[in-house]
Design a protein around this ligand. Structure first.
Ligand code: ATP
Ligand code: MG
Length: 279
């Protein structure tokens, strides 16, 4: 694959708690396990992705907020290095910067411009987005080439998808004509009728654009972020790890990146124990 065309994948749905952060973290790590060099960008002031890969918010000197606000801030200052997985973190400062963005020139294109210079250095860039429409979400939609839309398996799961599609169309008509949905992903799946009805409705609406992989509800996936670990550090043999490897496989196939991986190959390299840190 041409390195200069590294895909930028935003995980987006303005509905809260649908598994955006869990997906961004574990998809990024699953791709990194396939010998791909991955950059994970936290674009949510909650900083859940940042903490979820083990970086403490108090330890951060430069984050995505400084990159958007301050053109003079060197990229390297905000990149935390891991084993195949690097991170640009977010802190609560990002919510202040989001408010300041109304007065900034080209504010919603700044992230996109910043990430362009990194595309030759990574196989893929994965962005976690906040659960609200606004300047940050627009920044992600402008920077992304592809979107993954997680949909939880509950009542009202598809509510809001129409609004998201309207936003996507608006961005496509304006500043980012090449933006495409890579796939809809059913998350938090449990053995209830509601989950299977949501699946049927999703496939009925979006057909092959729905990932075959479903992310099952799992205690290990819920525990991992509190420990600052990806699922592959916390419980590499559990169903959650297999599900995210299955997703990585489909993502790679849809992007034409190599042959993909077997979903049974859930054992990470031992060096993963070190996690992400600043140099
Ligand atoms: N497959 C799963 N099994 C069990 N728990 C999960 C799973 N996916 C996510 N969770 C848990 O559900 C909660 C919401 O998930 P997550 O933070 O990934 O959603 P989100 O869409 O990023 O939320 P927000 O909109 O607040 O950013 C978290 O506590 C997370 O640990
Ligand atoms: Mg989140």
């Amino acid at each position: 694959m041409n390195q200069s065309l590294c895909p930028i994948i935003a995980v987006a749905n303005q509905k809260g708690g649908v598994g955006k952060t869990t997906t961004a973290i574990n998809l990024a790590q699953a791709l990194a396990l396939q010998d791909l060099k991955i950059l994970l960008v936290d674009l949510d002031p909650q900083g859940n992705t940042t903490q979820g890969v083990g970086v403490r918010l108090e330890s951060i000197q430069a984050s995505v907020a400084e990159l958007i606000r301050d053109r003079a801030c060197p990229m390297e200052n905000a990149i935390y290095r891991g084993d195949g997985l690097d991170l640009i973190p977010a802190t609560p400062l990002l919510s202040r910067v989001e408010r300041e963005m109304v007065a900034m020139t080209n504010s919603e294109l700044r992230l996109s411009h910043r990430l362009q210079s990194l595309r030759s250095k990574y196989s893929a860039i994965v962005i976690d987005t906040p659960p609200t429409f606004g300047p940050l979400m627009n920044s992600a939609l402008n920077a992304a080439t592809r979107l993954i839309v997680p949909v939880d398996s509950g009542y009202f799961a598809l509510m809001g998808i129409k609004e998201l599609l309207v936003e996507i169309e608006e961005i496509q008509r304006g500043t980012n004509p090449n933006l495409e949905v890579l796939g809809y992903l059913l998350t938090l799946v449990d053995p209830t009728n509601i989950a299977s009805q949501t699946w049927d409705t999703l496939v009925g609406n979006f057909g092959e654009n729905v990932f075959e992989t479903k992310i099952r509800r799992s205690v290990k996936l819920r525990e991992a972020p509190a420990l600052g670990k990806t699922i592959f550090h916390h419980a590499p043999d559990c169903a959650g790890a297999r599900d995210y490897l299955g997703l990585a496989n489909e993502v790679m196939a849809r992007l034409g990146m190599g042959e993909g991986v077997s979903s049974g190959n859930a054992r990470p390299a031992l060096s993963l124990v070190s996690g992400v840190s600043h140099e």
